[in-house]
Ligand binder design. Structure first.
Ligand code: HH2
Length: 265
């Protein structure tokens, strides 16, 4: 089975929708819309992780995200909190969030793993080389897929040692996080190797710059066709969760792709 995770960035500087949903009411309305379009969960983030982004103080990140998490949770929507900070995740879970998406895989705040274990929620562990501030400075790997796999397995070991049940763990290769366009394509081509680790795999390709590089589309909002192509192929490769800005289009495309892969409706 597959699911779509809709993105709501409550930030002034996210690379494709920065500033659009800073008003909590607008962010909640947008998240509700994504759920209506078929998102199984909505990922709420208050700190941009785009290359070169500056860290956001904890209080500000909380102030941006918690009203939105509370509003969407109250509407019965499963909310994922996209944060690397223990206190933000704690407040989000108290406000009704049911999933933790940490792009540092508990490296920024190792205590976050204990919180996830204690609250018995699913979590996504993502690979990133370096930090957003520096991650695109000439990323180099031995073998990018082997390095991503080894990193993720080490983080799974840590998560399990902190008490997180294996069936609550999802893995994400971190497309665009300390990776060149070539690295991203290699990782996507060899996605079955990640799927073979035995955990549901989440992919976040939506509107990212390697798609712009391939298509010549500088405006991220124009990268939907490229994003759909990458996600449909990721589905065929065994990915389970698709983190996207454009939910309706993905639900339709993935529904048809999944039925085609099965050979029946
Ligand atoms: N990508 C972004 C943010 N969070 N989380 C996971 N698990 N996987 C991803 O690939 C991922 C993520 C970056 O995209 P976006 O949220 O659109 O932009 P920004 O970080 O500038 O807010």
């Amino acid at each position: 089975m597959w699911e779509v995770m809709g993105i709501v960035n409550v930030t002034p500087d996210s690379f494709s929708d920065g500033g659009r949903w800073l008003d909590p009411a607008a962010a909640i309305a947008h998240g509700r819309q994504l759920a209506e379009e078929g998102a199984a969960l909505v990922d709420v983030g208050g700190e941009s992780t785009r290359p070169g982004a500056e860290p956001v103080p904890e209080d500000l990140e909380r102030a941006r995200t918690i009203p939105v998490v509370a509003g969407l949770s109250a509407a019965g929507i499963t909310v994922s909190i996209d944060t690397t900070k223990l206190r933000v995740a704690e407040a989000a879970l108290a406000a009704g969030a049911g999933y933790v998406n940490d792009v540092t895989a508990f490296r920024a705040d190792p205590e976050l793993a204990g919180l996830v274990a204690d609250r018995r929620v699913p979590c996504c562990l993502m690979h990133m080389r370096g930090e957003p501030h520096t991650m695109q400075d000439a990323p180099r790997y031995g073998d990018v897929v082997d390095d991503v796999k080894a990193f993720l397995l080490e983080r799974v070991e840590f998560a399990v040692s902190e008490g997180i049940r294996e069936d609550r763990i999802r893995l994400d290769p971190g497309i665009g996080f300390g990776k060149t366009a070539e690295h991203n394509l290699t990782v996507l081509q060899r996605l079955p190797e990640l799927v073979a680790l035995g955990f549901p795999v989440l992919v976040g390709v939506s509107r990212k710059s390697f798609i712009g590089r391939l298509t010549g589309r500088e405006d991220p909002a124009q990268r939907l066709p490229g994003t759909l192509a990458a996600n449909v192929l990721a589905l065929a490769a065994g990915a389970s969760t698709f983190r996207v800005h454009d939910v309706r289009e993905h639900v339709e495309a993935l529904t048809v792709a999944a039925a085609t892969l099965r050979g029946h409706a």
